[in-house]
Design a protein around this ligand. Structure first.
Ligand code: HEM
Ligand code: NAG
Ligand code: NAG
Ligand code: NAG
Ligand code: NAG
Ligand code: NAG
Ligand code: NAG
Ligand code: NAG
Length: 326
């Protein structure tokens, strides 16, 4: 009996390994990665994310965006979390991040709780992936099983962040190229942009759209021009989804149908291209399909070039690469 059990286990292991090699490196990630090494990891993150959003609703959006800005720059490796110092320039001051990305204190709190429970086990890259999912769920969106086992980079690249994070001035073809550089499809672009159903943007990022573009509802543009002048007040904020800004739902797409996207890049998804237009229409009328596709696309984004095995490290402090004494 015992040897049969062992044989069965051997086949199971071989089977899992063969699936692993067919799908590729990304399948090294698995939802139960911390099951034995840190069984409370998921509940700890969830609790801290809930507390952070209760304190400030916007934090859910900010945490979701951190995972995106991490994954698009040389993979989901927590590179975005590294602080600059006298001898190191990281990604925090890249164009898309400077004075814009937030949530680092919340990540520190989560990491501190995890280090108490299971020191040196849970990576900062996985914290970002779990916190993104928990934020979406907390604000009413879909859930998914977060694949885990990413390790943390020992470095970061501001140049790569400037090169790979898409900008709000991008037209559709530039947006498609940006996603394609991450092996993400046109559909993924439309689906993941639905993240703009929550959170805020600064005047400097939507000014050109509300003053210079014609693919915007004129009364919507007028109301935004009242808070975002042609010059100055760069940091004034507006909701990315003006209707239900703190609820994760499909109103982002409904807004696009009415030419009420906040960013130029948002409205580009519904601006005459038959394939993206029809997907926007589908999501605007079918929240369930949007939720299902969003969950799938988040798993895909979370699979971008993870460090696994002995690559990278488990940082002790998410803001700083570990020091090694030789
Ligand atoms: C398609 C290309 C995208 C562009 C050009 C873009 C651009 C932007 C810009 C300009 C802002 C406002 C930043 C500021 O004014 O400080 C923003 C906010 C945000 N973005 Fe995106 N984004 C894109 C895709 C995504 C994706 C794929 C996600 C996540 C899956 C995402 C999640 C968010 C969230 C949640 C916010 C609000 C953050 C907060 O309030 O703190 N974005 N984005
Ligand atoms: C709560 O949110 C405010 C911003 O609204 C922030 O300044 C403060 O640090 C947060 N407090 C905690 C405990 O996270
Ligand atoms: C980041 O923003 C600050 C202003 O808050 C500015 O002084 C600095 O030059 C910016 N950094 C980069 C690299 O653009
Ligand atoms: C889109 O933007 C790229 C890069 O700025 C530009 O070369 C291209 O002509 C634009 N395409 C359209 C259709 O406007
Ligand atoms: C627009 O849609 C067509 C398919 O209908 C697609 O082939 C094309 O690449 C799309 N992109 C742009 C930028 O027009
Ligand atoms: C995209 O796929 C190609 C071919 O499989 C691979 O070489 C490349 O590393 C992938 N890029 C990213 C960002 O995952
Ligand atoms: C709008 O377009 C005008 C004329 O091309 C240009 O001078 C101005 O800088 C643009 N404004 C914004 C906010 O992009
Ligand atoms: C500066 O930051 C880098 C990346 O986190 C780290 O490797 C290095 O040890 C830091 N230097 C100092 C003096 O803290």
């Amino acid at each position: 009996m015992a040897s049969q059990g062992l044989l069965g286990l051997l086949f199971l292991v071989l089977f899992v390994l063969s699936i692993g090699t067919t799908i590729g490196a990304n399948s090294q990630l698995s939802p139960d990665y911390y099951q034995s090494t840190c069984p409370d990891a998921l509940s700890i993150v969830q609790q801290e994310v809930a507390a952070a959003i209760q304190n400030e609703t916007r934090m859910g959006a900010s945490l979701l965006r951190l995972h995106f800005h991490d994954c698009f720059v040389n993979g989901c490796d927590a590179s975005i979390l590294l602080d600059d110092n006298a001898t190191f320039v990281g990604e925090k001051t890249a164009g898309a991040n400077n004075n814009s990305v937030r949530g680092f204190d919340v990540v520190d709190n989560i990491k501190a709780k995890l280090e108490q429970a299971c020191p040196g086990v849970v990576s900062c890259a996985d914290i970002l992936a779990i916190a993104a999912r928990d934020s979406v769920v907390y604000l009413g969106g879909p859930s998914w099983n977060v694949r885990l086992g990413r390790r943390d980079s020992t470095s970061a690249s501001r140049d790569a962040a400037n090169a790979f994070i898409p900008a709000p001035r991008f037209n559709l073809s530039a947006l498609i190229s940006s996603f394609s550089a991450q092996n993400l499809s046109v559909k993924d672009l439309v689906t993941l942009s639905g993240a703009h159903t929550i959170g805020l943007a600064r005047c400097t990022n939507f000014r050109a759209h509300i003053y210079n573009d014609t693919d915007i509802d004129s009364s919507f543009a007028d109301s935004l021009q009242k808070i975002c002048p042609f010059t100055g007040n760069d940091d004034v904020l507006a909701n990315l989804d003006y209707q239900t800004p703190t609820c994760f739902d499909n109103f982002y797409y409904k807004n696009l149908l009415n030419k009420k996207g906040l960013l130029h890049s948002d409205q580009e998804l519904y601006n005459g291209n038959s394939s993206t237009d029809s997907l926007v229409q589908k999501y605007a009328t079918n929240n369930n399909v949007f939720f299902q596709d969003f969950a799938k696309a988040m798993i895909k984004m979370g699979n971008i070039n993870p460090l696994t095995g002995s690559a990278g490290e488990i940082r002790n402090n998410c803001r700083k690469a570990n020091m090694y004494y030789v």
